[in-house]
Design a protein around this ligand. Structure first.
Ligand code: ATP
Ligand code: ZN
Length: 468
């Protein structure tokens, strides 16, 4: 069996064949950095992290590029609202995003290009498009000429005539065709701008991704990813730009993740129906969010509910249960049980690969892992020793690792313990008033063992977590 991937372009699952044997060139549209990232962004990052990890497990060398859009209308507007420099604002949220991805155990990209650092490549690409008749400049703006691209609409399955008829598009005198889109935008006063052959200005969003692809991965790539909200117009326009310039098919496999929904709608900054990654991680370990993604199909919507969160927590607990050591009085499991466990190791690895090879069917892969969990727990209850359990547990760790799960034991967040520490301190103060020194000292010493340091002074007692 070989890996098959659903390709949005052809609308079917296709065998995965790379441009260069053993190597994968992969690009994923990253965030526009003007606000904190939410669970929807996290889903996209997790989906492509899982895909990348699996490709690596299957022996591919993956060059993984994810961009930051760090100049954009939304960034400029937000910066103006806050009275902050737009570059500073973008920088803050890039750092924020990186921290979030790290906390989510997402592997760092091979390259994280930023639009503002690729201006030269972007201008060169626009020039190339003008020279070939695919773009035109008007008063400092440059537009892509959609009628010059006979394929325009092939990714989203829309025809130019329908788009024009279907959408109520504002008439823009400067454009030749209402669907023509901006490659370069003339600077408005007070906005970030760079010199170009068309005057001071800044790049449009779509051209950034085409230029960064070309610069970091070349004219043709294997996988292009992003949320399915980007199919039109963003990815349609990327194809138009890249293929019009090079004359070659740009992307082998277009892969799109479904949307996280909250309250019946796409989780988004503009609707305000969001949970930030930070908020989520303050309440749950990172594995929980990853498990939510693994439990569902990456192309389907992921409806966020408390129920779904709890389901993930239970699934994780079950995986962790298999890693527990042997029973204290374990004297060895019967031969037949050990044979069955050995067979299950093989069956699980095979089931895992089969499921993942089928367009990254993570739910199927988990089902294979739960079979192994059952066999391990069975063997343990029948007296298997740690040594007898070890190979199966190692396989479980390895394969959950391919999915990016850490299976770390959840630790109570310090914040959850705080009210109880306050309560103990209050009780101890009362004991001291009654001169019950032995008891009050015992509370102090036991808390110290747990990493909580009490400090008594005339004003009362304060506490802090022991550092280091
Ligand atoms: N609710 C969501 N569910 C899944 N993926 C999402 C969601 N929202 C955004 N994404 C994906 O996250 C990546 C970064 O997105 P981007 O910064 O363009 O978000 P955005 O669309 O501006 O977010 P918002 O809609 O909240 O303003 C893209 O691949 C996008 O498709
Ligand atoms: Zn993009």
């Amino acid at each position: 069996m070989a890996l098959r991937i659903y390709n949005t372009l052809t609308r079917k699952k296709e065998p995965f064949e790379t441009l260069e044997p053993g190597k994968v060139r992969m690009y994923v549209c990253g965030p526009t950095v003007y606000d904190k990232a939410h669970i929807g962004h996290a889903m996209s990052a997790l989906v492509f992290d899982i895909i990348r990890r699996y490709l690596e497990y299957r022996g591919y060398e993956v060059k993984f590029v994810m961009n930051f859009t760090d100049v954009d209308d939304k960034i400029i507007r937000r910066a103006q609202e806050l009275g902050e420099d737009p570059f500073r604002l973008a920088e803050r949220y890039i750092e924020d995003y990186r921290r979030n991805l790290q906390a989510l155990n997402v592997k760092p990209a091979t390259v994280n290009p930023r639009a503002t650092q690729e201006i030269e490549q972007i201008i060169a690409m626009i020039q190339g498009l003008i020279e070939k008749g695919h773009a035109y400049a008007v008063n400092g703006d440059v537009y892509f000429r959609v009628t010059s691209d006979p394929d325009y609409g092939k990714l989203s399955g829309r025809r130019l005539e329908e788009m024009q008829a279907g959408a109520r598009i504002e008439v823009d005198e400067r454009k030749e065709h209402p669907m023509d889109f901006a490659l370069w935008k003339a600077a408005k006063p007070g906005e970030p701008a760079w010199p170009s052959p068309w005057g001071m200005g800044r790049p449009g969003w779509h051209i950034e991704c085409s230029a960064m692809n070309l610069h970091h991965l070349g004219e043709q790539i294997d996988i292009h990813g992003g949320g399915n909200d980007l199919i039109f117009p963003h990815h349609e326009n990327e194809i138009a730009q890249s293929e019009s310039l090079t004359g070659k098919p740009f992307v082998r496999y277009w892969v799109h993740n479904g949307m996280v929904q909250l309250g019946g709608e796409k989780m988004s900054k503009s609707l305000g129906n969001l949970i930030t990654i930070e908020e989520f991680l303050a309440q749950h370990p990172a594995d929980v969010l990853r498990m939510m993604v693994l439990n569902s199909n990456y192309r389907s919507p992921l409806v966020y509910t408390e129920e779904v969160v709890q389901q993930s927590e239970r699934a994780l607990e079950r995986l962790r249960s298999a890693l527990r050591p042997a029973l204290p009085d374990a004297g060895g499991a019967p031969e037949a049980t050990l044979k069955a466990l050995q067979a299950q190791i093989e069956a699980t690895r095979q089931g895992f690969i089969e499921a993942m090879d089928d367009d990254f069917n993570t739910a199927g892969a988990l089902a294979a892992l739960f079979e192994l969990v059952r066999a391990i727990n069975q063997a343990r209850s029948e007296g298997a020793t740690n040594e007898q359990l070890a190979p199966a547990q190692a396989t479980l760790r390895e394969l959950t690792g391919v999915l990016g799960l850490t299976l770390a034991e959840p630790t109570a967040a310090p914040s959850a313990a705080e009210p109880f520490i306050d309560l103990l301190v209050e009780v101890r103060t009362e004991l001291r008033k009654q001169k019950l020194w032995a008891l009050s000292d015992r509370i102090r010493d036991r808390l110290a063992e747990l990493g909580v340091i009490l400090e008594d002074s005339r004003e009362g007692t304060t506490w802090r977590w022991k550092t280091s």
